[in-house]
Design a protein around this ligand. Structure first.
Ligand code: UT7
Length: 332
């Protein structure tokens, strides 16, 4: 763990976007050969939210950020940095600047960060580095994805899993450092397990010059491999982060994992001996919202009063790359 330089990190507010349209497992069984029973037993998912025509990644992200900024008792003009973790931007050049404009956060620098379902945890850790060095005081970290726009709705092995959403937190410079420990990892040798690939064709341009033009293909996933990876790597990265924090699993009030599969949550909690009433789970309502899943779950538990200031939270994201990471932090 890098020693801090005098500035600590506090967690001052959370927010999430409200997407009204729900797509149930029964609805899906009218599109592909599946059933509520299969999806619920294999994943724990009952429904997922689908962004509407008027929604964009930018509008959902801005809504989540507004909630977090208000909870932190700040104004958009106070924000120094907006970090948007997403793999499904409205614009491949980046969507964070659109969020900055929508918020009216004129002073903030804004950019996207891509690490798939690990994106929010990676962005939270990145934000902490800017705060600890004294570069920025008020940072909005957003995790948002609209995977409904990137799945093949005829592929039952993936379309039943994903949903849309956005969640955000405000992180602030503070005297006491509440980011207690973290660890991140990548293994590109497993890249082919989970992809949203660009497929191109060779086009002759002029003379001997050729260009590769094409488009993105829908998500493909080797579910069994990713499952195996998750149940091995996630407990390991959480244990390392806890070690950096000088804490034990018994000290943890809440475990917030990326909401990919209830069976992964159960397996990780069992291995770490964390009782199920401390494991945050909302995938029944939202499905897998990729970078959004952790901040949405955090916001729901904060707003319902279950997570209280001072509670110690262990969080871990994992997914395409393959990437994984964990952070141990104290709310408030
Ligand atoms: O967010 C990024 C991280 N992603 C993850 O963490 C996902 C990790 N993987 C998983 O959560 C699980 O692997 C899945 C939920 C994706 C799949 O569960 P599984 O228990 O690994 O199922 P499987 O892929 O081994 O498939 C079992 C059977 C297959 O049929 P056969 O070959 O046994 O006849 C599939 O064709 O279930 C079939 N199947 C389905 N049946 C009904 C696959 N998808 C469906 C479906 N409905 N939607």
């Amino acid at each position: 763990m890098v020693k801090q330089t005098g500035y600590g990190v506090a967690f001052a507010g959370s927010g999430s976007a409200d997407i009204s349209t729900a797509l149930s497992n029964d609805d899906l069984s009218q599109i592909v050969e599946t059933s509520d029973e299969w999806i619920a037993t294999r994943t724990g998912i009952r429904q997922r939210r689908i962004a509407g025509a008027a929604d964009s990644l930018a509008t959902l992200s801005a809504e989540a950020a507004r909630g977090a900024i208000a909870m932190a008792n700040l104004a958009p003009a106070d924000i120094d940095l907006i970090l948007l973790a997403t793999s499904t931007p409205d614009d491949l050049f980046g969507t964070a600047c659109q969020v900055q404009a929508a918020l009216g956060a004129q002073r903030a620098v804004a950019f996207d960060l891509t690490a798939a379902c690990s994106g929010f945890v990676f962005a939270l850790i990145t934000a902490a580095q800017f705060i600890r060095t004294g570069a920025y005081r008020n940072v909005v970290v957003i995790g948002a994805d609209v995977l409904s726009r990137w799945v093949d709705w005829q592929d039952r092995t993936t379309c039943v899993l994903f949903g849309d959403g956005a969640g955000a937190v405000v992180m602030q410079a503070a005297e006491t450092d509440r980011l207690l420990g973290f660890e991140m990892g990548s293994d590109g040798s497993l890249n082919g397990c989970l992809n949203l690939n660009y497929q191109s064709e060779t086009q002759p341009l002029v003379g001997e010059v050729q260009v590769q033009t094409g488009t993105f293909l829908p998500i493909t996933m080797n579910g069994r491999e990713v499952y195996r990876f998750a149940v091995n790597r996630v407990p390991e990265v959480l244990e390392k982060s806890l070690f950096h924090a000088g804490l034990d699993t018994a000290d943890i009030d809440w475990l917030i994992l990326h909401q990919a599969n209830q069976r992964i949550l159960d397996a990780v909690a069992k291995r770490l001996k964390i009782p199920s009433d401390r494991v945050v789970s909302n995938m029944a309502k939202h499905g897998n919202t990729s970078a959004a899943s952790i901040p949405i779950a955090l916001d729901e538990w904060v707003r319902s009063g279950q997570i209280q200031p001072g509670d110690k939270i262990a969080t871990s994201g994992f997914g395409a790359g393959l990437t994984w990471g964990a952070a141990i932090f104290e709310w408030g």
